[in-house]
Design a protein around this ligand. Structure first.
Ligand SMILES: Nc1ncnc2c1ncn2[C@@H]1O[C@H](COP(=O)(O)OP(=O)(O)OP(=O)(O)O)[C@@H](O)[C@H]1O
Ligand SMILES: [Mg+2]
Length: 465
């Protein structure tokens, strides 16, 4: 469109430029001749008029005619049209509209006049193009007739048409190039989009192994990368969910199997000792307790996962939780003759979920007591550092091998499967700790050396007011 506009106005401008000179020249000579011819015509000196027209027409390279006010030819440098009528807008504009001079370009033999401002109307070069210049003949201030000068302008028309056809060719080339580039570009842009769409569709059908090629640069590349990362994450999530379900089923099956054996013993040995039977029943009872614990732990984890649990924030002193949990667990540690020392250097007043943080402290301290041998030592330190409360629980128990350390916060992960089973752990405690601490925007870590002991550190933002 813009090319069309530019080409059209360019041809118009070039045409105007070509004609302006010619027109000025023709007008000047016609006006000058009109002044000479007017008295001759007014006084009916037709022979002198004819001579003037013939000689001047020869000099100017065109035809000269004198018309009376009715538009009839009275004299003609070619002496051919005398007496006939000339129907031209340039004649009418003088005789009817009262102009003194006019100019126009026409195709000979037709009514077509030249319009330079149209790009797609082809100029017919086979036809004769003629420039007409008319000037009024005046005598005593009255228009008595007009002088008409016509000259062929074929050379100019040819230049104009060659320009027009060249412009049209350039137009077609430019349009074709633009179309091709647009097609190529749209293909280049949409192809990775289409690949990505297919990838998303496959993923929607449940295939989590889809990856799309990362090509090109910019947004498309980033989109493909993001898609691949997302698909990888989904796959991992899917795997960990499967793992979780199988671990959970396994954990639930173990106590069930134990109970089944105990119950079968009771059923098939009706003559069993009352004392032994009571032992068996109390074993079943403790397995049921264990099942209960596992299920409530699982429910805690699942409810945290679904993000439906919000933090129930209130203001309290974190130090109170620490002393309270230590007091509650001292029943167990006293039995194991363990020495728990509390070092609280700040009360750490904070705005957080009291119940959830109580569980965090409980699970960590419970582990320390459970895994530290009898007579061991446990240090609990609470300090405040800037806007964080830092709790560390150190024991001199068996420690955790380096290889296991990255996994102990995973669900169901236990370092020593046999020993933990005996102590009653399911491997959910620390993963619950991890989740709860993350919910508070904090972090939990472990430093441990095998045979020497472990330190669990929890950092929690205080979030006051
Ligand atoms: N203080 C510690 N010293 C040595 N090992 C530890 C200590 N705390 C945790 N562990 C190891 O990390 C594992 C995971 O701990 P976690 O609390 O998640 O599970 P658990 O104690 O086995 O079971 P649960 O806490 O669910 O009853 C434990 O099985 C144990 O092997
Ligand atoms: Mg535990």
């Amino acid at each position: 469109m813009s090319y069309y506009a530019v080409a059209t106005s360019l041809i118009g401008l070039v045409g105007d430029y070509l004609f302006a000179d010619r027109r000025a020249q023709d007008q000047a000579s016609t006006e000058k001749l009109a002044v000479e011819a007017a008295p001759l015509f007014a006084n009916a000196q037709m022979e002198q008029l004819q001579t003037l027209l013939t000689t001047s027409g020869g000099e100017l390279g065109g035809r000269l005619m004198v018309l009376d006010i009715s538009g009839k030819v009275q004299a003609d440098s070619y002496s051919a049209l005398n007496g006939s009528r000339v129907e031209l807008p340039e004649v009418a504009s003088i005789l009817v509209d009262g102009k003194t001079v006019d100019y126009g370009v026409h195709q000979l033999g037709t009514q077509q006049s030249l319009s330079l401002w149209s790009f797609f109307t082809p100029i017919n070069t086979d036809a004769q193009w003629v420039g007409y210049c008319s000037a009024a003949l005046t005598a005593d201030g009255m228009t008595v007739g007009l002088l008409l000068f016509s000259s062929p302008i074929q050379d100019m028309m040819q230049r104009l048409t060659s320009l027009q056809s060249r412009m049209a060719m350039y137009f077609l080339i430019a349009a074709a190039a633009a179309m091709t580039i647009a097609l190529i570009l749209s293909h280049v842009i949409t192809k990775p989009m289409a690949t990505l769409t297919r990838g998303i569709q496959r993923m929607g059908r449940g295939d989590l192994s889809v990856r799309v090629p990362v090509k090109g640069s910019g947004e498309m590349r980033r989109m493909a990368e993001t898609f691949n990362v997302m698909s990888e994450k989904l796959k991992m999530l899917d795997q960990s969910r499967n793992q979780f379900v199988s671990n959970a089923s396994h954990e639930l099956k173990t106590p069930l199997a134990t109970m089944k054996i105990l119950l079968e013993n009771i059923i098939y040995q009706p003559e069993m000792d009352a004392e032994v039977r009571t032992d068996f029943l109390s074993d079943i009872n403790s397995e049921i307790n264990r099942l209960n614990l596992i299920i409530s732990d699982l429910l805690t984890l699942v409810s945290m996962d679904s993000k439906s649990t919000r933090l129930n924030r209130e203001t309290f002193k974190f130090a109170d939780i620490v002393t309270d949990v230590a007091r509650r667990l001292s029943v167990v540690s006293d039995k194991r003759r363990q020495d728990i020392k509390l070092q609280i250097s700040d009360s750490c007043e904070m705005y957080a979920d009291f119940a959830k943080l109580t569980q965090v402290v409980y699970n960590i301290l419970d582990n320390a007591i459970k895994y530290t041998p009898e007579g061991g030592q446990i240090r609990v330190r609470l300090i405040r550092s800037g806007r964080d409360a830092i709790l560390s629980v150190t024991d001199n128990g068996p420690g955790i091998p380096k290889a296991d350390q990255p996994h102990i916060f995973d669900r169901f992960y236990r370092v020593d499967k046999a020993r933990s089973r005996e102590t009653g752990g399911t491997g959910l405690g620390l993963s619950i700790v991890n989740q709860l601490v993350l919910m508070h925007g904090g972090s939990v870590s472990v430093q441990s050396e095998e045979g020497k002991g472990s330190t669990f550190t929890v950092e929690l933002p205080i979030h006051q007011g």
